[in-house]
Design a protein. Structure first.
Length: 258
């Protein structure tokens, strides 16, 4: 590779009349041989053992479990010249309490909002026990799929604002999408022991997807603002995926502090 570089240098001597100017032409030959080898091997092995034994005489117990198993396997689709649009406009505003909303314009979708809640009071002076568990498994795959000239869009505009409580929203315009919001909440008065566990396992495997002339978009202008509590939102315009919001809460409150 050859490059020609031309420099022009001019100098003016202050206080004198002398002016000097030089033209310099340089011919530079550059030869590059670049070899990039990138090899990565990542192996992660984890073994977790947990054994919890509670051996106390208590006045009450609160236990909450939110468990989900979502499977989307052995499905196939071949879509041509299609339009999918999921839209929320000034929706889910100023709610109090528990609200779940699912919106989908795609195909072969799974959507769910789960809530498990438990409370206990105190009748003696030995305290209480609070235990919350939220677990979800999501499996997607095993399909040969093709999309040609398809436009998919998911939009939340000025939505999911100023809510108070537990809110779960799923929105999708794709295909073979699984979306989940799950909340497990256990609250005990003067709890001596509070245990909380959240577990999530997701797999997407053995799938092929061919895209030709497609466009997907997802946006949330002016949305999900000013909320108080537990707010879970999943949004997608893609395909063959899993989305989840998985929350587990175990808490204690003292009389007069609620």
């Amino acid at each position: 590779m050859n490059k020609v570089v031309t420099f022009t240098v001019a100098a003016l001597a202050m206080g004198g009349a002398a002016i000097a100017q030089a033209d310099v032409t340089a011919l530079v030959g550059v030869t590059k041989d670049v070899v990039i080898v990138n090899s990565e091997t990542i192996e992660i092995n984890k073994t977790v053992g947990l054994n919890v034994v509670v051996n106390q005489n208590l006045d009450g117990a609160a236990e909450a479990q939110a468990i989900a198993s979502v499977t989307n396997l052995d499905n196939e689709y071949n879509l041509t010249d299609a339009r999918y649009n999921s839209s929320l406009l000034r929706s889910v505003l100023g709610h109090q309490g528990v609200l779940g909303l699912n919106q989908d314009t795609g195909n072969m979708a799974n959507q769910a909002n789960l809530l498990s809640a438990s409370t206990t009071g105190v009748e003696g002076n030995r305290g209480t026990f609070a235990n919350a568990q939220a677990e979800a498994t999501m499996n997607t795959g095993a399909g040969d799929n093709k999309i040609t000239n398809v436009i998919a869009s998911s939009t939340m505009t000025d939505s999911v604002n100023r809510n108070n409580g537990i809110i779960g929203v799923n929105q999708s315009s794709g295909n073979m999408m699984s979306q989940l919001t799950a909340v497990a909440m256990a609250i005990g008065a003067e709890s001596r022991i509070a245990l909380s566990e959240a577990a999530l396992g997701q797999t997407t495997s053995a799938s092929t997807l061919t895209l030709d002339g497609t466009h997907s978009s997802a946006s949330i202008p002016g949305s999900i603002n000013g909320n108080v509590g537990i707010i879970g939102v999943n949004q997608s315009s893609g395909n063959n995926g899993n989305q989840a919001v998985n929350v587990s809460v175990a808490a204690s409150f003292l009389p007069g502090t609620r």
